[in-house]
Design a protein. Structure first.
Length: 91
């Protein structure tokens, strides 16, 4: 008489190992604003997240650029500064 041994494992673990999802919440909103062709002003990003200006700029530098790999540019125009992002090689 033989017994079958069932392997104990986490089948869902392999599915999630290599998938990289889009950011959610406030970082997701920030990313969506930056990915628009017309870009976004600092004031628009503040209104969307409820953050202060230095927090928005910090999130752009830390999470959006470094962790997510987006390429972020800014352009100074008469009305103020416009920030735009594009998905980089690693994003």
């Amino acid at each position: 008489m033989t017994k079958s041994i069932q392997a104990k494992g986490k089948p869902a673990e392999a599915e999630h190992a290599s998938t990289k999802s889009e950011p959610k919440g406030k970082l997701g909103a920030l990313g969506q604003l930056l990915l628009q062709p017309e870009g976004a002003t600092l004031e628009a990003m503040q209104a969307a997240t409820g953050w202060q200006a230095h927090s928005v700029r910090g999130a752009i530098a830390g999470s959006i650029k470094k962790k997510l790999g987006f390429i972020v540019t800014s352009e100074k125009i008469e009305a103020g500064r416009i920030y735009r992002a594009s998905k980089g090689v690693g994003a």
